[in-house]
Design a protein around this ligand. Sequence first.
Ligand code: NAI
Ligand code: MG
Length: 475
Amino acid sequence: MRAEHFIDGEWVRPASGRTFVTIDPSTEEPICEVGRGDAADIDRAVRAADRAMHGPWAELAPAERGSLLCKLAAAIGEAKEEIARLETVDVGKPLKESRGDVDGVVATLVYNAGAADKMEGATIPLGPGFIDFTLMEPVGVTAHIVPWNFPLGMAIRSLAPALAAGCTAVLKPAEQSPLSALKLAEIAEAVGVPKGVINVVTGYGEEAGEALTRHPLVRSISFTGSVETGRRIMAAAASGPKPVVLELGGKNALLVFEDADLDRLAEDMADAAFGNSGQVCSACSRILVAPRIAQEIGERLAARAARITVGPGLEDRDIGPLVSVEQHSKVMDHIEDARRAGGRLLVGGRRPVHLQRGFFVEPTVFADVDPGWRIAREEVFGPVLAITAFDREEDALSIANSLGYGLVAGIYTRDISRALKLARRLETGSVWINGWFIGGQQAPTGGIKDSGIGRERGLPGVRNYLQIKNVGVRL
Ligand code: NAI
Ligand code: MG
């Protein structure tokens, strides 16, 4: 890959001439250098995106934008193997997961392509003397600041609806995972996306990212990442003021009742808690369980977790390493802390003995976790599950709702009335019943409380990038 940004349809060196290295977390070896973007590169990219809002892109009918997104989807599908390998080397995830992520990217583009010509306005009944109606117009230049856990997936989750809505975009991938975004730019160029519509500037959050959020020509910001950075971005957006969509992670609890299907649950948790090495905003990280089955749940989850294989991304085991040395230390620190607090370690808790290089952690399960401990309150973002027994349903609910986070909650029970009553009372943006990771590009997702603002995916995802103009006519 080249150490250049993609701006205004061209590959350009960073204005400062500086670069940085992206590394393979499976081996800790450098992969290549990429451009270290700063405010000057961001300014160039945003201006290009602003010009593109008034160029040939603006002349396309919504259905034509949809066709172009379909072409992009097809070309990405054709490059699936190449993209999957890039993603696997850059962030360590197993190849099969990276391939699945590319499938998700294609599906997201196709969904949004179909939505491009269906974002209808309304007529407003003001009475016989008037006609009043709304136009749905693109907001303009959009900024996309994405994390490293699903690098291309997160980029496309917001880019696809922004383009469907007729906006242009500047994408700033995470410093840990810039490669698939550069590949996306190459493919966009090859399929004829007009220049300036998609721009990619690589670099660090405090440099390129911050400059992007502060640029006056940026009209909307979409961000996925930590709560702390989300708050900074919202403060920067106040200068616009410009709307933000913030997806800020979670500490997602699953409530398990005595009548739950425990076979299904144990199997589902292999992915829900440990998939992508737990580096998923909507991962299950707390299990709140009825006391009579607490022991059995612990045994089953420990047995399932022990069967998960860990290895370098290219070896395609069940899970790979964490993305960086920082994430590795953070997760190991959480594990140590839970151990010291008195958590009963059922499985894992270490670096696998056969993997002395790379940022690996074994799937880990703690039982007898007190809801006040750090491991039960903070986002670990690693393959670590904490089990807590509750006394009564009300206690389960109050433990689940006691945190600032509010992204996802889950319920396993065969009593669907109980589940639906709880679904109403759980303070989260999504509730999943008898399954985990339910949804896809069609279902809106996002958090409440500290977990963020706004919804992505589905038609609400496209509305993020449209503004309403009201036109009133006196007859
Ligand atoms: P981060 O939130 O700092 O980084 C995410 C993105 O924001 C990256 O592209 C980064 O370059 C950019 N960024 C950072 N500071 C910025 C700023 N001031 N202005 C504009 N952009 C900025 O997250 P980080 O440090 O990679 O991970 C820390 C923790 O955040 C993780 O351990 C995890 O708990 C959480 N996280 C949650 C994610 C989610 O899916 N909700 C994804 C990644 C991290
Ligand atoms: Mg990397």
